[in-house]
Design a protein around this ligand. Sequence first.
Ligand code: FE
Length: 200
Amino acid sequence: MDLQALFKISHGVYLTGAKDESGRLIGSCIDSVMVVEADPQQIIISMNNASYTMENVVKSGELTLSILPADTPDELIELFGMQSSRDTDKWGPTSHVLYHDLPVYKEAVAYMYLNVKETFETAGHHVFLCDVVAGEAGTMADPMLYADYQKRKATSISMKKRWRCTVCGYIYDGEIPFEDLPDDWVCPLCKQDKSVFVPE
Ligand code: FE
């Protein structure tokens, strides 16, 4: 199976908002949402089994969905997608308002409040059929498409500067920008300090 075929199915990028049992605001980033009925309004969303937000949505039966605009910063998507609400306050540093007492992203293209009507489980996900109890169209911005986000990420990675050790030829292209490496960092091969490196 060529997985690229699956990735050609168009979908967007979204934030979920919920509360855990202690009343803390939690949320995650998801990309699988589908409208199934316009009247009554129903959508299907799919959430990873490892997600703390998913666990709590199973218990509470309610959540919000924020549709992200095309210009959403990568940092926001990474915060909601790569961190867990179990140990990270995601909404605290994020521009948000409460909608039906649950958090939604203030800059969202649209947001809605959902009640879970039915749930089924696949190998790695919980799939929720939800009633859309209420919804607001926010800004006029275009929604983000998952494929565009992936393309943007690939471009920013390829534009990242690489640094070459002029002594041994070692190429540094690590996650941390070269400039941010500590002053006592040395070339892992020849042990020379940062001053012998030049940008590629
Ligand atoms: Fe070196």
